[in-house]
Design a protein around this ligand. Structure first.
Ligand SMILES: CC(C)(COP(=O)(O)OP(=O)(O)OC[C@H]1O[C@@H](n2cnc3c(N)ncnc32)[C@H](O)[C@@H]1OP(=O)(O)O)[C@@H](O)C(=O)NCCC(=O)NCCS
Length: 245
């Protein structure tokens, strides 16, 4: 393990302080209810969870897994927010209200994302490796939304409250519902867009089904043709043997 020299440590401390200042500023910019920096620093559980996570993440990266996990579980007890020490959290991330938020081990959250209470950035299986989502920058995950799997949610995207996202979502879009579908890209409703270029998972599945039905119909027709030919041959043989007899 690399021994940290004093200037490295000082750099790390100063950059940590800068990050904390930036986090507080971002929360004040995004939450009209925040009246002072002191209020955010002392009373915002989302800020506490993210700040302490930065420490547990450093410990996790240096191999102190048990200590890192113990810190993250203590923060879960105090804030109701569970962030696995392995998760990568960007600058200016704001977990608003926060109770019930769960962020998994291999999740990555870009800069300036906002995550509301009850949201989950989770996995869908028990396999090791990347199994949690990656959020770009400036993503909003609404209250109670579940984002499940190792895919990317593009920067600037909004995940609606209560949505269950199971597939990648493009940048600057809005995804709603269960399973989530993209209803806006940019500021344009997808219903008003060229249907061919919408990454709509439902219509993509329908297209796949249609292609499969076409293939099966062709196979069936070929088999029926073969069967008819065999029957014709059989009949010819029978009539020939009758004539001989
Ligand atoms: C999705 C959201 C961000 C709005 O994004 P938007 O890009 O402005 O989208 P719109 O409001 O134009 O809605 C687009 C469509 O999605 C629907 N929609 C919006 N939110 C939805 C939701 N949570 N669930 C299901 N459908 C939703 C709208 O009814 C609209 O449908 P339509 O096209 O048939 O009219 C917002 O509705 C939302 O869910 N925000 C979460 C905020 C939150 O969790 N706050 C917690 C505070 S404590």
């Amino acid at each position: 393990m690399k021994q940290e020299t004093k200037p490295d440590l000082l750099d790390a401390i100063f950059s940590g302080i800068d990050t904390i200042r930036y986090d507080i500023k971002q929360i004040r910019d995004r939450d009209p209810a925040a009246k002072s920096d002191l209020e955010v620093a002392l009373l915002y559980s989302g800020f506490h969870a993210v700040t302490v996570h930065r420490l547990s993440h450093i410990l996790h990266k240096r191999g102190y897994h048990f200590t890192a996990r113990a810190i993250s579980q203590s923060m879960k007890f105090f804030t109701g927010i569970e962030i696995h020490p392995g998760a990568k959290i960007g600058k200016g991330v704001f977990i608003d209200h926060g109770t019930g938020v769960v962020i998994g081990e291999t999740a990555e959250v870009g800069d300036n994302c906002t995550i509301y209470q009850g949201a989950t950035l989770g996995g869908t299986g028990k396999h090791a490796g990347k199994r949690h989502p990656t959020l770009g920058n400036n993503v909003m995950v609404g209250a109670g939304a579940k984002v499940l799997g190792p895919f990317t949610v593009g920067s600037g995207t909004k995940i609606a409250a209560g949505a269950v996202v199971l597939d990648a979502v493009p940048e600057n879009s809005t995804a709603v519902g269960i399973p989530a579908r993209v209803v806006r890209i940019g500021n344009v409703k997808t219903s008003a867009l060229d249907q061919i270029h919408i990454p709509d998972p439902v219509s993509q599945e329908l297209c796949k089904l249609n292609a499969r039905i076409d293939k099966l119909e062709k196979q069936l027709a070929a088999k029926e043709k073969l069967l008819a030919a065999l029957q014709e041959k059989k009949q010819q043989k029978e009539s020939q043997s009758k004539k001989k007899g």
